[in-house]
Structures are given as structure tokens and as C-alpha cells.
Design a protein around this ligand. Structure first.
Ligand code: PLP
Length: 418
């Protein structure tokens, strides 16, 4: 039997300790191969029922009385994330707002905690929304935005970060897993280097939370943000989470003072008095429905366990790379992710000069990847919801399509959402 036979994938599926988790997700179109779990995770089967109950009972019947058990939901779900998704203590994580807004809140808090320092350090491979927030902050506060050029395939270089750090740096902020290549940054080494010059660190966990272990405490990370709708399967636009290391919580002050961050919220005092601990990082009334949807995703991921997910993520992406080497490299593709499984998260990116048209044609073949600029096809076989056979079938459809030149009849112009 050759390594590229489909029987190999079937054997890997039989031996997969997480295989049963696939049944805990809705899959109404069995022939659809979904390789975009890193953009929008699949729908857990429990979510629809939970949301139906929340809408009709908690909202419809309970009305305002339900706030009794909604009021600390942000902290409670934060604690579930701390217990099962990232390495953090109770009271260090809270669910709120979007990743972008949380990034802004924490970046301002960090900059204010380092008065006199004039540099915000980041890199040019971070997710665009992060870069936009930093550009705005630099402009508003007349800071130097020091941008490290990062290799699009290899990811953030610790040596480059060390080189760029000095005692003018107030805050260093990067993605833990690069959204394009999947490269993993060295959380502990970069954080330690920033601390050596007295800077704070703010990590974006959007592509790592729920796919690889995130050792926030042991790496000494100060601040982090992440979203719940990718690997955490929380649903489109589900609220994000943020992490603030215990030791910093009462030193840092986020800039959007709202009543959910107020000490005695219902005293309705006219003066803002920040609540102690992580609560002061909340702002206004949370999206209860979306939060309860997100909790279902967090629970199923936490139940599977990050060690098991990491093991499958490495095996699944390695299998994908092996098939890509055999079938796709001869067709003009090139691996645009780290080759060593330890150095990449749970998605794999392939470069091809015609990636956009291939992506469109592949979606019509019922395989859903996504396209990332400038010329990359991103394949995200989320370890919780993807089988080895799906990876085999997806790559098989991809190679046949390119072999037959099917993509050549597609238009070159991009759509609004890629
Ligand atoms: C997906 C993602 C975001 C999304 O931010 P939103 O505010 O939820 O739109 C931010 N950063 C990174 C690294 C991401 O991958």
C-alpha cells in the first residue's frame, strides 16, 4: 500500500482518539469538506438547543429576572476558558467585546502603565485589525510604531524581536500563531526578552486558542486577547476573551469606562470607580445570546482537551503536507507554512500563483478552504471536526481540478469576502 492511498487515511481515522467528537457537530452536507475551521468553527449540536432555551425561557419567560444569572456570565465563561483552553488562573480571563476592541483596551492600558516610553513594537505579519489598532494608537499618542518585517512563511523571528527591543519600548504585541502561515511564535522567549527591557507583552491568541496549548502563566505573558468563533466554535461574531495576569490587574486601567467595569454597578454612582480584578476590563452590557452560544463551543473543545487536540493537529497537518508534497508540489504549489509540525498551528498554507482562482474553483467542488493575500490557499483542518479521510478527499479534489485546469475558466477578480 502506498502512503498516498485513501486506505491510509481510513486507518488513521480508525485510530483517532478524537474521532467521536465529529459527531458532536452539525454536518448537514456530508459531502462538503470543510477546511476553514480556523475562520469559523463548525456548529456544536448542543448550541441550537441551548440558544432556543435561552431565547424562549430565559429571555421570553424570565425577562429582566434572568439577569440574576446572566450578570457574571462574562467572568464565569472566562474561568472556563482559563481552566480548559489557555493556561491561566481563575479570575484572569473574561469574555467581552470583539478581539479588536479588547486589543485596543489592553494596548492603551499597557501604554499608560509605561509612561515616558515612546515605542509600540509589532510586526508586519500580524492580522490587519491588530495593525490598524496600533496605527491609530501611534497616531493619537505620537508614538513610534516599530514594525519588524516578518517572513510570511517562517513566522516571527525571536532574534529579530530581541534586536528591535530597547528601553524605549512600552509594549510588544504579536500573534501567537500567524494567521497566514500558521507559524507559532516563541511565546516564552519573546515575552522574556520584552521583560528584560521592561516592556509589557500583549499576545493575540485568535489562531492558537483551542488549537494548541497556550502556556500564558508559565511563559509569563502579561496580556492577551483571542476570539471564540474560530477553533472555539462559538458562532459568527461571538464575543472575544481577554487575559490580564493577576499581578497587573489592579495596576492597569483600560480606557473605556463603563458600568460593567464599575465596582458597585447597581449603586448607580455618578463617579467611575473601577471594580477590582478582571471585572474592570469589562465595558457595557454583554451579548448574552452570543456568549451562551460561545460557551457551548468552549465546553466541547475543553472536553476534548488541548493535549489531544495538539497531537491530532500535528498529525493531521503533517498528513496534509505529505499529500501536498506528493500531489500538489508537481502542480506548482509550494508549502508556505513551517515544515516541522512543532512550529506550526493547526492550519497549512500553500502558495500558488493562481491561488485565487483555484480557491474559487475548489469551493465549487465542495471543498471550503480560504484565500489569503497575496497568493495563498489556506487549509484549516480543525482537529476537533476534521477527519483524515476529509483531508485526503479535499486534496484529491484539489489536485484533479488543477490537473484539469478547471480553475482557468474562473475570473481573476476578487469577491468582497475571501
Ligand atoms: C480573526 C482574528 C481577529 C479578529 O478580530 P475581530 O475583532 O473578532 O474581528 C483578530 N486578530 C487575529 C490574529 C485574528 O486571527
Amino acid at each position: 500500500m502506498s502512503r498516498t492511498d485513501r486506505a491510509v487515511a481510513e486507518e488513521l481515522d480508525r485510530a483517532d482518539p478524537l474521532a467521536a467528537y465529529r459527531d458532536r457537530f452539525v454536518a448537514p452536507e456530508p459531502d462538503l469538506i470543510y477546511l476553514d475551521g480556523n475562520s469559523l468553527g463548525r456548529l456544536p449540536k448542543t448550541t441550537a438547543a441551548v440558544l432556543a432555551e435561552v431565547v424562549s425561557e430565559q429571555w421570553g419567560r424570565g425577562l429582566i429576572r434572568s439577569w440574576e444569572h446572566w450578570i457574571e456570565l462574562a467572568q464565569r465563561i472566562g474561568d472556563e476558558i482559563a481552566a480548559g483552553i489557555v493556561e491561566a488562573e481563575p479570575g484572569e480571563v473574561v469574555v467581552s467585546d470583539s478581539t479588536t476592541v479588547n486589543l485596543y483596551k489592553l494596548a492603551v492600558a499597557a501604554l499608560d502603565a509605561r509612561p515616558g516610553r515612546r515605542v509600540l513594537l509589532c510586526d508586519d505579519d500580524n492580522f490587519p485589525t491588530d495593525s490598524y489598532v496600533f496605527q491609530a494608537l501611534a497616531a493619537a499618542r505620537d508614538l513610534e510604531l516599530r514594525v519588524i518585517p516578518t517572513d510570511l512563511d517562517a513566522g516571527l523571528s525571536t532574534a529579530d524581536v530581541i534586536e528591535a527591543l530597547d528601553t524605549d519600548v512600552a509594549l510588544a504585541s504579536f500573534s501567537h500563531v500567524a494567521y497566514r502561515s500558521g507559524a507559532i511564535a516563541d511565546l516564552a522567549a519573546v515575552t522574556a526578552a520584552a521583560h528584560d527591557v521592561g516592556a509589557l507583552t500583549l499576545w493575540d491568541l485568535s489562531h492558537s486558542g483551542g488549537s494548541i496549548p497556550v502556556p500564558l502563566r508559565s511563559a509569563g505573558v502579561d496580556l492577551a486577547v483571542g476570539c471564540t468563533y474560530k477553533y472555539l466554535c462559538g458562532g459568527p461574531g461571538a464575543p472575544a476573551y481577554l487575559y490580564v495576569r493577576h499581578e497587573l490587574q489592579d495596576q492597569l486601567r483600560q480606557p473605556i469606562w463603563g458600568w460593567f467595569g464599575q465596582r458597585d454597578q447597581f449603586a448607580m454612582s455618578g463617579r467611575y470607580d473601577a471594580a477590582p480584578g478582571i471585572t474592570s476590563f469589562l465595558v457595557g452590557t454583554p451579548p448574552v445570546l452570543s456568549m451562551l452560544g460561545a460557551r457551548e463551543g468552549v465546553r466541547v473543545v475543553a472536553d476534548a482537551g488541548l493535549e489531544a487536540l495538539r497531537a491530532k493537529g500535528m498529525a493531521l497537518t503533517s498528513y496534509l503536507v505529505e499529500l501536498a508534497d506528493a500531489w500538489l508540489v508537481p502542480l506548482g504549489f509550494r508549502l508556505a507554512s513551517p515544515r516541522e509540525a512543532e512550529r506550526r498551528g493547526s492550519h497549512v498554507t500553500l502558495h500558488h500563483s493562481d491561488a485565487w482562482r483555484i480557491c474559487r474553483a475548489l469551493i465549487d467542488r465542495r471543498v471550503v478552504p480560504d484565500f489569503r493575500t497575496p497568493d495563498r490557499l489556506r487549509l484549516g483542518p480543525a482537529p476537533l471536526t476534521t477527519s483524515y479521510a476529509e483531508v485526503w478527499d479535499g486534496l484529491d479534489r484539489l489536485r484533479r481540478l488543477v490537473e484539469d485546469g478547471v480553475h482557468e475558466s474562473y475570473a481573476d477578480s476578487r469577491s468582497r469576502v475571501t
